[in-house]
Design a protein around this ligand. Structure first.
Ligand code: MN
Length: 317
């Protein structure tokens, strides 16, 4: 008997959800199931490629719904869970008792775990550490910028290793280990520790880079990483270096776009006086009240810098 588990790829919550579901399935549904994993990424076009649901049972965790009758289990917490009304109606009409959705849940891992404890009597005790950290990471509930940037906790190092992983086989092995090993032991295993070293070094260089180029004026930190070609960076670095900042604006560029990222300091929630999604929408971008972004064509770096300065001025007022 073959169980296919499709999960949100390169995401701590996605891999953790796959691990919790696998342990639950073997303990409560079928002990002898052969489990096969497939990661899913957000992309243009159809969500699931043909043949995705080729198991005897097929589960999707921490990712979008499908009306395909071959989908037998589903758990998600994303606002954007239903690609269209077709999927929403199919979910609402489903009476299998095996498909669950809560857009208020901070992590899919804890939502899935609480659900199978309640509905199927699963013993979640051995997974307590994993569920605890998935909730902190996917809910961005870090105690402070120091924890989010210095990455001392094994769980946060593993998060970096998962997000930067270039090897699907490695990620599937991590899903296996998450079902039975403490996080510190997984991070210390050579197959995780070796590639992680390089990722943590790049992160430390990004911290130094932002330290060099960031300026803080009127509680707004502005930094431009276009000259360095850095596009992916930990979004809490600016608040780590400038804890007094209310907002941070970063300009980056890559082959595909020039980008302005606008965020508010999550550790100073009462000080935000602007709706950042509204500001970004005005320039063709979008996001949430607390964080937003604007993408421009790759050649528009100069314009991105100008927009960033305009937005900084607006946020200072
Ligand atoms: Mn999630």
């Amino acid at each position: 008997m073959r169980l296919k588990v499709l999960y949100h790829d390169r995401c701590f919550d996605g891999l953790s959800s796959a691990a919790v579901f696998s342990r639950f399935y073997r303990e409560k549904i079928r002990a002898d199931a052969e489990i096969v994993y497939q990661g899913l990424a957000h992309q243009a076009g159809p969500v699931f490629s043909p043949g995705s649901f080729d198991g005897d049972e097929n589960a999707v965790v921490d990712f979008r719904y499908s009306a395909d009758p071959k989908l037998t289990w589903w758990f998600d917490h994303h606002q954007s869970a239903f690609p269209s009304e077709l999927e929403r109606r199919a979910f609402e009409a489903d009476r299998s008792g095996r498909k669950f959705f809560d857009p208020k849940a901070k992590s899919c891992t804890k939502f899935l775990c609480d659900t199978v404890v309640r509905e199927f009597g699963f013993d979640a005790g051995p997974l307590a550490e994993l569920v605890h950290w998935a909730e902190i990471i996917d809910g961005a509930l870090f105690p402070d910028a120091k924890a989010a940037v210095e990455l001392k906790e094994p769980a946060l190092q593993l998060m970096v290793g998962i997000e930067g992983s270039e090897d699907a086989a490695q990620r599937h092995r991590i899903i296996g280990d998450l079902q039975r090993l403490p996080l510190a032991q997984i991070v210390a295993a050579p197959y995780v520790a070796r590639p992680l070293e390089k990722l943590l070094e790049a992160h430390r260089q990004n911290v130094e880079l932002v330290r060099r180029v960031a300026t803080c004026e009127g509680k707004v930190v502005l930094f431009d990483l276009t000259a360095e070609g850095v596009e992916n960076f930990n979004k809490f670095i600016a608040y780590y270096l400038h804890p007094e900042a209310r907002y941070a604006i970063g300009v980056t560029s890559s082959k595909s776009r020039a980008k302005i990222s606008v965020g508010s300091n999550p550790w100073r929630p009462g000080e935000r006086t602007h709706d950042l999604s509204k500001i970004c929408e005005r320039y063709g971008g979008g996001g949430h009240a607390v964080v937003g972004a604007i993408s421009l064509p790759p050649g528009d770096v100069q314009r991105a810098r100008e927009l960033a300065r305009d937005i900084a001025r607006e946020l200072q007022s």
